[in-house]
Design a protein around this ligand. Structure first.
Ligand SMILES: C[S@@+](CC[C@H](N)C(=O)[O-])C[C@H]1O[C@@H](n2cnc3c(N)ncnc32)[C@H](O)[C@@H]1O
Length: 302
């Protein structure tokens, strides 16, 4: 069987059998060629470009654009703070005559170059090449955009981090900074995150952690990639979508067995994200999924 058929067979087998099947598929898949690891490169040749071209992500960008475009239109000379830029795909929503400023906070220099390359001349980019938890000056903004980034910050808050020996800010503290940055201009937070519980309170090797990761990365994300391939088999990115299902989705399940220091994805489910936004002082105006798999949820908050 080829990888596509093997992944389909896995998805159709009983839930309780899937963790074992993941391990055996990983053992075989490790021998296959692979272009790159999870979410580490953002250039034009990277899997990330295939990721942002997938119907799953295109739906997320469309849902964000529908909210962001009117915010920009209402605030001439707008200022945006973006946490985590990826390949800058969302900024395709900008028009040639847009005037504004984007403060991008992202630890990867390559990401800043990617975002800069998407901006029209009237939009300036301020770059903070660092993580969102770093004590940089953010200033005030009409919009804070945090799309699929906050899950890289371990722990719901500082206290939870301390229970596993980590120091410094967690998600709550980053969200509180976003709230403060939106105060003067009565701005809006647009947050996107997967709905899956894989936070640091689930310890290494916990079967619930493994099953939750399978739920997110295989039952929903890999399925979305396979469906995209089946719907558009001759799409120029179809081969890379299969690589995403293999290298990103399948391999991420092994994260459940890794020490905390090697994990970089710490998600919450919708109920937990809503509770956290409330603690940070945000009123969630709307919450809704951007895809039919109910993987990525968008939160519009004031
Ligand atoms: C999955 S990508 C999402 C990119 C983009 N926002 C999108 O929706 O396509 C995550 C981005 O967050 C950045 N990132 C990772 N950890 C971060 C952190 N602690 N603070 C800020 N950005 C971070 C990565 O470099 C990457 O650009």
């Amino acid at each position: 069987m080829d990888l596509h058929a093997e992944l389909r067979a896995l998805l159709e087998s009983p839930r309780g059998a899937q963790a074992q099947q993941v391990r055996s598929l990983q053992a075989q898949a490790a021998k296959r060629a692979h272009p790159e690891e999870w979410n580490t490169q953002f250039g034009s040749e990277s899997l990330f470009q295939a990721w942002t071209s997938s119907p799953l992500m295109q739906a997320l960008y469309a849902k964000n654009s529908a909210v962001i475009r009117p915010i920009l239109d209402r605030n001439p000379g707008w200022r945006v703070i973006e946490l985590g830029g990826g390949d800058g795909r969302i900024w395709d929503l900008l028009r040639p005559d847009d005037r504004g400023e984007i403060l991008l906070i992202d630890p990867q220099p390559e990401v800043h170059a990617q975002v800069a390359s998407r901006l029209p001349t009237g939009v300036s980019l301020q770059s903070v090449v660092d993580v969102a938890q770093a004590p940089a000056q953010w200033g005030q903004a009409d919009l804070v955009l945090c799309s699929l980034t906050l899950h890289h910050v371990a722990g719901v808050d500082k206290q939870q981090r301390e229970t596993v020996g980590l120091t410094g800010p967690g998600k709550l503290e980053v969200l509180r900074r976003a709230k403060a940055a939106l105060q003067d201009r009565q701005g809006i937070l647009v947050l996107n995150e997967a709905s899956v519980h894989c936070e640091i309170d689930l310890p290494v090797g916990d079967p619930e952690l493994t099953d939750n990761l399978i739920d997110s990365y295989l039952r929903r994300c890999a399925r979305a990639m396979l469906d995209a391939i089946d719907a558009q088999p001759s799409h120029p990115m179809a081969g890379q979508w299969l690589s995403i299902a293999h290298r990103w989705c399948l391999d991420q399940i092994a994260v459940a067995e890794l020490p905390l220091s090697e994990r970089d994805v710490y998600e919450l489910d919708v109920v937990r994200w809503m509770a956290l936004l409330d603690r940070a002082g945000f009123a969630v105006q709307t919450q809704g999924f951007s895809d039919p798999y109910r993987l990525f949820s968008q939160y519009i908050c004031r």
